[in-house]
Design a protein around this ligand. Structure first.
Ligand code: NDP
Length: 311
């Protein structure tokens, strides 16, 4: 039996994926969206979102995602629960195989699989996530007004997060496991010059301390002496990198050294014509729901134009 070929297949149901679905649904392209096993993306583990325009009182992350899904449902979008196990974009139509063995063919593919913050993996970090432990200063910094916070990491993200947090916190302590920062000179210098930022080098996090409901401190271990010291604080921000969810396309699409999918300037077009990438899987700079929504819209518009060009 001949397999059905879909005009638009979207992988991922964060803000980028749902926006691409809303736009291509409204354009009558009957998109198919593959939801993954935990639909909604990173915002499902976020508490209040206060910087998404249109919600003056803020909105819980899961509620925002449920509203986006409902909006997509209005426009003839097909949803498939499950994950993509294999992808082949070497020939058109593009081929996808789901983890339950189903095959899907697509004339255009929109990759909106997002990225995940890396975590240390210690138990106390999970226990206090959303209660003092965060991996996004832009999202949660506001809740740490006049507080003492720690930022873990030594790359550009750590510098940027630390600098951003100085707008709210009374003191920001940068904790890095080595002597030298990995961050660019300009960013390290900016952090060094800021009077609110202190640095603790050659230290790793041994434990995040709390009273059962919120973070109250952090225990650091000196990598040279092995000495353990407890420090009082109200928040701990992890800035040890992100992992874009793009391994399916490794070797098939151009990526940067960190595994983010490369897109052309002012576009979401990837190195393969007809394949578009939007949201955090191609954006290591902004990583915001609003920017993901913007690039999701771009992908849908570009996919529609591409389909018109091949008809
Ligand atoms: P990086 O991989 O550059 O840095 C991660 C940092 O976290 C490193 O200092 C690393 O230490 C540390 N680290 C990693 N794992 C652990 C661990 N388990 N325990 C303790 N520390 C750990 O990631 P970034 O997110 O900072 O940056 C990613 C890319 O994005 C870079 O290319 C960066 O330049 C770019 N970027 C650009 C920005 C801009 O232009 N404004 C802003 C933010 C990021 P170690 O150094 O020892 O490996």
């Amino acid at each position: 039996m001949e397999k059905e070929i879909r005009d638009v297949v979207i992988i991922g149901t964060g803000p980028a994926g749902y926006t691409a679905a809303i736009y291509s649904g409204r354009a009558n392209l009957k998109p198919l969206i593959i939801e993954g096993h935990q639909p909604g993306g990173q915002l499902m583990i976020t508490t209040d979102i206060e910087n998404f325009p249109g919600f003056p009182e803020g909105i819980p992350g899961p509620e925002l995602m449920s509203r986006m899904r409902k909006q997509a449902e209005r426009f003839n979008v097909d949803f498939i629960f499950g994950s993509v196990a294999e992808a082949d974009v070497s020939r058109s139509p593009f081929g996808l195989t789901l983890d339950d063995g189903r095959d899907i063919l697509a004339r255009t593919l929109i990759i909106a699989t997002g990225a995940n913050a890396k975590w240390l993996g210690i138990e106390s970090e999970g226990l206090y996530r959303g209660r003092g432990v965060s991996a996004c200063a832009t999202c949660d910094g506001f809740f740490f007004r006049n507080c003492r916070v720690f930022v873990v990491g030594g790359g550009d993200t750590a510098m940027e997060e630390a600098l951003y947090l100085t707008k709210f916190a009374s003191e920001v302590v940068l904790v890095h496991r080595r002597e030298e920062f990995r961050a660019s000179k300009i960013m390290s210098l900016r952090a060094k010059k800021n009077p609110k930022i202190k640095t603790m080098l050659n230290e790793v996090v041994d434990e995040i301390l709390g009273d059962g409901t919120k973070v109250t401190g952090i225990r650091l271990k000196n990598v040279k002496s092995g000495e353990l010291i407890e420090h009082a604080c109200d928040g701990v921000f992890m800035a040890i990198g992100h992992e874009p969810n793009a391994t399916l396309f490794k070797g098939q699409l151009d990526m940067d050294d960190y595994g983010y999918i490369l897109t052309k300037a002012h576009s979401t077009e990837t190195s393969v014509t007809g394949v578009f990438a939007c949201g955090d899987v191609q954006d290591f700079i902004y990583r915001q729901a609003v920017t993901a929504v913007g690039t999701g819209c771009m992908s849908a518009v570009e996919a529609e134009r591409y389909l018109e060009s091949i008809r």
